[in-house]
Design a protein around this ligand. Sequence first.
Ligand code: NAD
Ligand code: MG
Length: 391
Amino acid sequence: MPKKITILGSTGSIGENTLDLVSYAGPDIFDVVCLTANSNAQKLADQALKFRPEFVVLADPKNADVLKNALNGSGIKIGIGTDDLKEAGAWPADFIMAAIIGAAGLEPTLAAVSQGKYVGLANKECLVCAGALFIDAVKRSGTVLLPVDSEHNAIFQVLNQERYSEVNKLILTASGGPFRTLSMDEMQNITRAQALSHPVWEMGAKITIDSATLMNKGLELIEASYLFNRPPEDIDIVIHPQSIIHSMVSYIDGTVLAQMGEPDMRTPIAYAMAWPERMATPVKSLDLASVGKLEFHEPNLELFPALTLARDTLTLGGAAPTVLNAANEIAVAGFLAEKLSFLGISRCVDKVLNSFISEQSFTKPLEMLSEVNDYDARARARALETIKLID
Ligand code: NAD
Ligand code: MG
């Protein structure tokens, strides 16, 4: 029997790569049962007509008619809006790829987790904004959570979970993004186009900007802490521009195990899709002689304050990572809309975080989804105000 697969966020970069692997493996291996998108109704309809899922959902109702017209007579059930998006998460499947971008993915991913099956987690923001609560839901449901983010996938592959006390550190690698060699002066006038061109990875717009500010690595630090249950001081970050080593685990005897491969998301996606087996992919095999050299250096925390902001929020706990994530989402959208400078992104996040520090409940553990949503909404509102005041 083919594995029934749902893709939440099928029109994005991770979503398309996942469908590419579904096609590559063939219909005997995977049967697509549900696909979702935010607003790109035409792309969702094209995917639906090709992969014939049972259910498709468009989160934003604006283009609902485009989807309905395109799928008229196809027999495919159509859902519109955020409630239906949750229904997509809960739609019976053997494997769900959680690839929506941002905190918008939290509730559909929680619905996917409630099935107690296999969830591939690309949507790091949902773990950042609801960390402990999300992990509790995973444990309660018995879901097997398979990290798709390349660094976390790498760690998952080389981590000996049974002998966890023998682990010394987790080492996340970072490409460093397009601006790792600039000076502070040169960083003043970074344009949208410059920030959108990543030297190594091809990804959606938001994560590409996060990679340029290194907020992506900050979010990944928080993601790693929750996924692998380690405090911030046990997680190091090293810049590795070639992105061949995707991350490492250091053991107490001095051994360091690394996972390597071409920088192509189809490898970690395939690992999650086929787990506990491995499947063939069209990814080209790694030729180390042609790569030549692998470099490593420390991140520059002065040029990339997002890393420190993320580490500090993880130490603070409570709602701090939720606020960091929400403020960052608004700041990145502001930069993409040319309402905020590149350096303004981290400045905005910093200011929003500071505005919450005096609130007593800010660092208390979040126990309810409503508390997460409340902090998320308030942080977004404050970030929108802050953008108007800076730059
Ligand atoms: P993307 O922007 O290319 O695609 C996002 C998908 O989510 C699209 O299908 C879009 O329609 C949907 N979406 C966006 N906003 C939504 C909303 N409000 N409600 C419902 N659906 C919505 O993003 P991506 O680059 O594919 O990234 C997806 C996730 O995977 C992110 O969390 C990202 O951090 C993570 N990730 C991506 C990569 C990569 O190579 N692209 C690598 C590692 C991790
Ligand atoms: Mg990553």
